[in-house]
Design a protein around this ligand. Structure first.
Ligand SMILES: Nc1ncnc2c1ncn2[C@@H]1O[C@H](COP(=O)(O)OP(=O)(O)O)[C@@H](O)[C@H]1O
Ligand SMILES: [Mg+2]
Length: 375
């Protein structure tokens, strides 16, 4: 069953693209967003670290950590008129997203300035923003709150483990509720002495904040932060609720190799356990079988190429070898896709996207990829 991704997203307001690193999440997110915009929707896509060439092709050079409208002409010339639809895109700036969250949660302007200028905060926010998973969902939540988008598409960070993303709200919450921080909060600077080893994040950042003013910075920080804890906890809960909301869907991207497919299946079970929705799976960069699986043709291929294409015997052998390699890869891919289909259930929405000749780094490439996704 595959009516293309447009059918999967019919009732979707928020679409999160998950999967292992390097499988094509960022390109799929952009192609998907463009395709839905071409269906008349007002779409925003939040990408994370897109390749420079892709960002440039979309005109995302100016980074203000908010979606910018992509000039429709860029898609017109590539043969995908957006019509009444709108495509907006941004590249996530994790540090700024975190600062903006603090600004929003701070009770007044003075507290806000004090926190942002505090050295302990700066080290802490670098550490948290560095993980990207939380800031990505924080941004998603903020855009969802704006309520002006028909569809939000979120690319996910290139984490080693795709599941880090699902755990992000929880990890932030447990950090703020954790014993290390609570001890520090109660004891102010003096609480430091009570801490053992193994509170890596807090101690790691404290090691970088040195100097005579450390203790005053520290106690300021904890006093200021104390007033924000409730807001943080609430925000983490809202973010988690958004990921579980009926209009929110996860799409898994995988390459046709066994390892990322197994990771995608693991991800799918985790989604299920967490009460989140799997909208579909995209198997990307699938080798296409030019020989259409006919084994008899393979043996005769060199002589066929000599006869029909007029190639020299040596060249015919070489060309045949390349075809046969491709055929083997296509066979392997087909087997892995069949495994995925079997595991997900025969009726599960799944689409295969062929390996294109070129990297996808311009609008024309996105349109080509989109044509496969929406086929
Ligand atoms: N179907 C495809 N055919 C050819 N190249 C592709 C295809 N999909 C993605 N790519 C290329 O693969 C690389 C990784 O894609 P990317 O979207 O950055 O992966 P991820 O975001 O999952 O790390 C990029 O260079 C991209 O242009
Ligand atoms: Mg990416």
């Amino acid at each position: 069953m595959s009516a293309g991704v447009a059918a999967w997203l019919a009732d979707t307001r928020v679409c999160v693209i998950g999967g292992s690193g390097g499988v094509g999440k960022t390109t799929s997110a952009a192609a998907l967003a463009a395709g839905m915009a071409a269906r008349g929707l007002r779409v925003a896509v939040v990408t994370i670290d897109p390749a420079q060439r892709l960002a440039t092709a979309l005109g995302l050079d100016e980074l203000d950590n908010a979606p910018r409208r992509i000039e429709p002409e860029r898609f017109d010339v590539a043969g995908l008129p957006l019509g009444d639809g709108e495509l907006w895109a941004m590249t996530l700036d994790p540090k700024r997203t975190f600062d903006e969250l603090i600004e929003r949660l701070a009770p007044d302007a003075q507290t806000r300035e004090q926190i942002l200028a505090n050295r302990v905060y700066r080290e802490l926010s670098d550490a948290i923003a560095g993980s990207q998973e939380f800031t990505a969902v924080a941004k998603l939540h903020e855009l969802a709150q704006e309520g002006t988008w028909d569809l939000l598409v979120l690319d996910t960070p290139p984490s080693r483990n795709a599941l880090d993303f699902l755990d992000a709200p929880d990890r932030l919450r447990s950090f703020f509720e954790g014993r290390a921080l609570q001890t520090l909060l109660r004891g102010g600077g003096a609480g430091l002495r009570l801490l053992g080893r193994g509170t890596g994040l807090v101690l790691g950042l404290l090691r970088r904040v040195t100097g005579a003013e450390l203790l005053s910075d520290l106690s300021d920080f904890f006093r200021l932060l104390g007033g924000l804890l409730g807001g943080f906890r609430e925000r983490a809960e809202q973010v988690e609720a958004l990921l579980r909301a009926p209009g929110t869907t996860f799409l898994l991207v995988t390459s046709p190799e066994r390892e990322p497919i197994d990771e995608a299946l693991f991800f799918q079970r985790r989604l299920q356990d967490a009460g989140m929705t799997l909208g579909g799976a995209i198997v990307n960069r699938v080798h296409v079988d030019e020989l259409e699986g006919d084994d008899d043709t393979l043996a005769e291929l060199p002589s066929l190429l000599e006869r029909e294409a007029g190639l020299s015997p040596a060249l015919a052998k070489q060309v045949a070898a390349a075809f046969i390699d491709e055929h083997a890869l296509a066979r392997r891919d087909a087997g892995n896709v069949a495994h995925l289909r079997e595991q997900l259930g025969v009726d599960a929405p799944l689409v295969s996207v062929p390996l294109l000749d070129d990297d996808v780094h311009d609008v024309a490439g996105l349109v080509r990829l989109g044509a496969e996704l929406f086929a």
